[in-house]
Every structure is written in structure tokens, then in C-alpha cells.
Design a protein around this ligand. Structure first.
Ligand code: NAP
Length: 604
């Protein structure tokens, strides 16, 4: 193979037989395409979504008015509240959440071993504003949750918050210029603005298996961990499992964190695998005691920007975070993600990326061999797909788990578990009796499940138009944030917006934009702001034009969350993220604000 001019890759990289690699990946993908069904934790299965953490609290229904109603009190909702409080002077900001407190995903996900695998210094928002430094490079779930509660306290967001409250409808009252927010508590709240940050993956899903309802042992979803049953807490100590046989379905980012704890405490552990995770080094470490003193003002935003650029394929003079995200994905992203920022001949870039990806995956497969003692188990744990087909995982104890005598990997060769029985799980034609079955099977995904279905309520805008109708074929927005026909309404999500592994950074940029728009409306003495039809149309066309870029890659991927379980064409293209890359997306928002003319918005 001739070396293209300027190509500095090693001879080894250039000798790779890409066609053979593609064939192997195709074979593995094809084993997995059939029969991938899920059962949402709703209706008969809604008990899997109940809150095990906070006792139900009674209160009287509310009838009042606020400046802003924010649906969702996770990172997006908190940042919306904090920025609006800081930058617009609006006073009555009401967070509404079905959880018992703020925190979003960090409220729900308390499973043993829970940590964020994006560096805490760039993931935990408003560190500088609050004068805090996380204790570790990758902080625990409880530390992140405590920080989010502190944000709520510092920005006075508890004062008007409503928890354990499910929004049932948002309805625009054109004459009054107000939103009417109805809830399952009988509340009727009038709000000048509404913002929604309902979470990217907040509705648990279960495998759609025959016999799901028949299992007679104990069972729960990882995002509703039952510590009464297991004992212990997010740090481990699952003492009540010591005479129990436990099964886990799923081997994604959640399982790699829970498995070492279950293995330590359960008498027997069976991990039912359909597709192995790609598990890289995490390399956690405590924050050096004097590190905070070395930081210059503005350090957190700079660090976030540096990480964002590197992991989007935009070269930087230095790598501030220096972890496997930046070291690996920076090299690969330039070619894999259609950022358009890295330049070069697209075909050569694509081939180079494929080779680099193969070498990286070989490294991860070799890591399995170097850790897992039993050769058959090691072989089953090796991932054969391109790195970004699934969310990359990082852990330094997961693979070691399989060397324990009480742990069995039940590899289903891509077929998945077959069914449940009253006694346990049937896989590969054999029944595994279990005391406890844990579903680590993920969440309803925002690219595939309609927004109002995931939200659980409809949004009725100007002239009685329902968002569910307007978005029946997929989303239509300006910048992913505003929708024509839905005045004073803001939606925070990845759909038609930037998509990046550091979700907290992207929410930071989106809420900055939101607060700027609301601030302009307030300063200029208007009451209503709405995306114009023409601006929305233009943005939607841009989304569609760029969305096709990803399809080829996704088609060839092993089935999963990112490619609609192997059917990427079955996902509405309109629900794609902005395909020009998240760096470009953030630049578009910044340039738009800098122009100061609120182009594409109508103010009344
Ligand atoms: P997930 O990535 O969606 O994984 C679900 C798992 O269930 C997959 O391994 C899937 O197999 C498996 N599965 C489903 N049905 C099955 C069946 N019938 N038989 C056998 N296996 C079956 O869910 P998750 O691990 O909860 O992660 C969800 C998201 O949470 C991640 O994408 C990530 O964004 C986030 N997360 C982040 C962190 C962090 O540190 N930042 C930590 C945890 C989670 P297939 O692979 O074959 O589909």
C-alpha cells in the first residue's frame, strides 16, 4: 500500500488488511441484528421506574405564577436556573422534577461504583463560581450529586422548586402571554417562559423478553438500585448479597461499574452478555492538594474548551485533561466525526481513521488478554466493532472481575438472553436459576423515541398546535432550542443541537444561549419571543444536509443505542444532532449572539 504524502502513520498501520477487518466486524454485527426488542418500564412494568430513594411527600395543589418553569432539575435545569438568575434578574424560577430532589441522572443513578468517566474538573458545572475542586479526577456519583445540590442552594433554586411532581401538560395562552403548566399534583402554574431539560436517557428500559413478568425472584433496574435488598450504598458494601445468586443482563457502561462490587459480595454472579464493551484504562487519581492554587481565573472554561476541541478533532497546543478520551479520541475524531475542522482529503482521512480505529481496538482486545486468565472468557470479552459504534468505556477493575471463581460470563454470541422463567434466565438453551436479576439494559433513546413520549406530556403551542403533531415525523427547531409556534419555550437536548461526550459542557453552552435570548427579551421590553418559520426551515435543511454524513458509519456498526439497534435509517433524520460537529455548533451560537440582531427570532 503506497504511503500518501505527509502520512506519518507506522508501517504496521499501513499493512492492515482493512477488507478482512471489515468482514470480521460485519460477521459480528450480523450475529446481532435479529430480534432486538425492548420493553419500556411503563404500564405493567412501571414499578421498575419507581423512586426507591425518597418517601412520597404530600402537599396541596398550587395555583400561582412564576417567571420561568423549568421541567427537569438535572444539570440542564440547574444551569438554566443559575444562568437566568444571574444574567436576567428574573426572580421566580421554578424547577419541576418527578425525582425527590435535584440531580437528574445523578439522583437516579446511585448504583455501587457509580462515577462519571468524564473528568470531574470539566464535567461538574460552575466549579469556579462555587469555589470548589472535586476530590478526584473522576468523582463519585455522591460527590457529583452533592455538588448539584449545592448549585441549587447557591442560586436559590430550592425556594420555588417542586419535586415528586410530574408535568402532565404545557399549554400556551396567547391572550395572556403565559404558559399554563399542569401537573399530576393538581397544580396549575402560570409561567412567562418554559424551559425543558428532561434528560437524554431518563426512562429505563428492560429487555423485551418472553416471560419477563414471570420471574419470581427479586429484580430491579440499575437506575433504581434497591439497597434495601442488596445492602450497602454507592461505594459498595453489598452485604446482603453474600448468600445470593445474582444475574445481570447487559454489559454496557453501567455494568462495568457495578460488576466489581457485585462480584465482591454475591455468592455467585452471572453476567449475561450480548455484545462486549470496549473497556479502556480509566486512571483515576486524587486531586493533588496544591492543584487548586495553581489555577488561573477562567481555568474551568478553558479546560472544557480544550477537551471539547481535542475530542472533536481540532488540534490544540496542549492537552490539559490528558486522559484516554483526549489521547484516543482526539486522534480518531478528526477523521471519524464529520467536524469539518481537521481538513484533508476526506477519503484518505476516512481510511486513516479506520486504520487508527483498528489499532486502538486491537490494543483494547490485547488488554483483555493481558488481564483475563481464562482464554475462552477472554476471547468472549473482546469487542469487534469500531470504537464509536458504542459508548467507549473506562475502568480498571471490570475485566479483573472475570478472574474470580464466583463470576461467570454467559456469552450469548450476540443472540442475547432468550427468556425469563419464574426461576431465572434462559440463555444459550440453559436455565440459570437466580435470586436476584439486575437489568443493566439502558434507557429509551432520544433519537428514536418521540420527545413527547419520553417527556410523558404534550406541549400545546400557539393556535392549539401540539408538539407531538408538529414533530410527528421528527423534530423541527431553530438551533435545537426553539420551535416556531411555541413562544417563550426552550428545549435543551442533543436533537438538532451539538452532541458531545461532555454533556455538561454542551448544556453550559446551550443555557448561556437561552439566558442571552431571555435577557434580550427582558431588556428590550418585549413579552414574547418565538423562532420564525423561515429560520426554523433553514436550520432544519442544514440538519438534514449534514445528517447523511453519519449514515454509512452507523450502518456498518454493531447494533446499539447509537444506530437504532442496527436500523439507523429507521431513526428520523430530523432527530439527528447537528452534523457539522459540536465545535462548529458552539461557534454558530457564539457568532449568532455576537451579531446581536436576534436573527430568525420574532419579538412581540
Ligand atoms: P446501555 O449502554 O444501553 O447498555 C445496555 C446493555 O444491555 C447492552 O450491553 C445491551 O447489549 C444489553 N442488552 C439489552 N438487551 C439484552 C438482552 N436481551 N440480552 C443480553 N443483553 C442485553 O446501558 P447502560 O450501560 O446503562 O448505559 C447507558 C448510558 O448511560 C451510556 O451510553 C452512557 O451514556 C451513560 N453512562 C455513563 C456513565 C459515565 O460514567 N459517564 C456511566 C454509566 C452510564 P448490546 O450491547 O448487544 O445492545
Amino acid at each position: 500500500m503506497a504511503r500518501p504524502e505527509g502520512d506519518e502513520r507506522s508501517d504496521e498501520a499501513l499493512r492492515i488488511d482493512l477488507e478482512a477487518v471489515r468482514e470480521k466486524y460485519r460477521q459480528e454485527r450480523d450475529k446481532r441484528t435479529a430480534g432486538r426488542t425492548y420493553q419500556f418500564a411503563r404500564g405493567e412494568f412501571s414499578r421498575y421506574a419507581h423512586d426507591p430513594y425518597t418517601e412520597p411527600r404530600q402537599r396541596e395543589p398550587l395555583r400561582d405564577e412564576v417567571d420561568v418553569a423549568v421541567v427537569g432539575a438535572g444539570i440542564g435545569g440547574l444551569l438554566t436556573g443559575a444562568r437566568l438568575r444571574q444574567e436576567t434578574g428574573l426572580d421566580r424560577i421554578r424547577l419541576i422534577d418527578e425525582a425527590g430532589d435535584v440531580g437528574g441522572t445523578w439522583y437516579w443513578n446511585r448504583f455501587p461504583g457509580v462515577r462519571c468517566d468524564v473528568e470531574s474538573y470539566i464535567y461538574m458545572p460552575l466549579l469556579e463560581e462555587l469555589g470548589t475542586i472535586p476530590t478526584e479526577k473522576y468523582a463519585t456519583g455522591p460527590e457529583i450529586l452533592a455538588h448539584l445540590k449545592r448549585i441549587a442552594r447557591e442560586y436559590d433554586l430550592y425556594r420555588d422548586a417542586l419535586f415528586q411532581t410530574v408535568v402532565t401538560e404545557l399549554r400556551w395562552d396567547e391572550a395572556a402571554g403565559r404558559w399554563l403548566v399542569s401537573t399530576d399534583r393538581g397544580d396549575l402554574i402560570r409561567a412567562r417562559y418554559v424551559a425543558m431539560s428532561i434528560g437524554l436517557m431518563h426512562r429505563p428500559k428492560l429487555p423485551g423478553l418472553p416471560g419477563l413478568e414471570t420471574f419470581a425472584g427479586h429484580s430491579f433496574h440499575t437506575s433504581r438500585w434497591d439497597f434495601d435488598y442488596t445492602g450497602g450504598d454507592s461505594t459498595g458494601g453489598l452485604t446482603r448479597l453474600k448468600d445470593k445468586t445474582v444475574g445481570v443482563i447487559g454489559t454496557g457502561s453501567t455494568t462495568i461499574q457495578i460488576a466489581p462490587h457485585l462480584a465482591e459480595w454475591a455468592e455467585r454472579l452471572f453476567l449475561f452478555q450480548r455484545t462486549p464493551a470496549a473497556v479502556d484504562v480509566r486512571g483515576n487519581r486524587p486531586t493533588p492538594p496544591d492543584w487548586a492554587q495553581s489555577l488561573e481565573p477562567g481555568w474551568q472554561q478553558r479546560r472544557m474548551e480544550n477537551f471539547h476541541a481535542l475530542t472533536s478533532g481540532v488540534p490544540q497546543d496542549e492537552d490539559l485533561v490528558q486522559d484516554r478520551w483526549t489521547q484516543t479520541t482526539a486522534k480518531l475524531a478528526a477523521a471519524i466525526l464529520p467536524t469539518g475542522d481537521a481538513g484533508g482529503d476526506p477519503r484518505q482521512r476516512a481510511l486513516a481513521a479506520e486504520r487508527a480505529d483498528f489499532l486502538k481496538m486491537e490494543e483494547l482486545r490485547a488488554r483483555v488478554d493481558s488481564v483475563v486468565a481464562d482464554p475462552a472468557t477472554a476471547a468472549a470479552l473482546k469487542p469487534y466493532y469500531r470504537l464509536y459504534c458504542k459508548r467507549p468505556c473506562f475502568h480498571d477493575g471490570y475485566l479483573q472481575t472475570f478472574n474470580r471463581p464466583n463470576v461467570t460470563l454467559v456469552d450469548t454470541q450476540g443472540r442475547g438472553v432468550q427468556r425469563l422463567t419464574p426461576a431465572g434466565v434462559v440463555a444459550n438453551g440453559r436455565e440459570y436459576p437466580l435470586d436476584c436479576l439486575i437489568f443493566a439494559t439502558g434507557y429509551e433513546h432520544e433519537f428514536a423515541v418521540p420527545y413527547t413520549v419520553r417527556a410523558g406530556y404534550d406541549i400545546i403551542g400557539r393556535d392549539g398546535v401540539r408538539l407531538s403533531q408538529k414533530w410527528a415525523d421528527g423534530a423541527r427547531t431553530l438551533h435545537g432550542l426553539q420551535v416556531n409556534g411555541f413562544p417563550n419555550c426552550f428545549i435543551l437536548s442533543k436533537v438538532q443541537a451539538g452532541r458531545h461526550v461532555n454533556i455538561a459542557y454542551m448544556l453550559g453552552e446551550q443555557t448561556r444561549h437561552l439566558a442571552y435570548i431571555v435577557g434580550c427579551v427582558e431588556q428590550r421590553g418585549h413579552r414574547v419571543v418565538e423562532a420564525c418559520e423561515s429560520a426554523e426551515k433553514e436550520w432544519v435543511e442544514e440538519i438534514l444536509r449534514l445528517a447523511a454524513n453519519d449514515l454509512d458509519f452507523l450502518e456498518n456498526c454493531t447494533p446499539g443505542l447509537y444506530n437504532n439497534e442496527g436500523d439507523p435509517k429507521g431513526m428520523p433524520l430530523l432527530n439527528s444532532s447537528y452534523g457539522g460537529g459540536s465545535v462548529q455548533f458552539v461557534n454558530i451560537l457564539r457568532r449568532w449572539r455576537a451579531a446581536g440582531d436576534l436573527a430568525g427570532l420574532e419579538l412581540r
